[in-house]
Design a protein around this ligand. Structure first.
Ligand SMILES: [Zn+2]
Length: 80
């Protein structure tokens, strides 16, 4: 999730991956988890935003336009 970028297929795919994650997390839990993980990673050093598991999954797979067709549910759990 990061605005003010030119919309490209990659960006749209990135956001579509987040949408799939949100549905799995029933939206409210996505935002709670996202925020909590971000706070924890702030204390761990590095780029907290970029290291959130939701973001890692999205960034790692955003160039794969077929990713969502083959993605397994809760796959972000593999990005911790
Ligand atoms: Zn994102």
């Amino acid at each position: 999730m990061r605005g003010a970028r030119p919309l490209s297929d990659v960006t749209l795919n990135h956001e579509a991956i987040h949408t799939a994650q949100m549905k799995e997390m029933l939206y409210v839990f996505f935002y709670m988890w996202y925020f909590i993980e971000w706070v924890i990673r702030l204390f761990m050093g590095g780029d907290a935003y970029r290291n959130i598991s939701f973001e890692k999954e999205a960034y790692d797979n955003q160039k794969d336009m077929y990713y969502l067709t083959k993605r397994e549910r809760f796959n972000f759990l593999n990005y911790y």
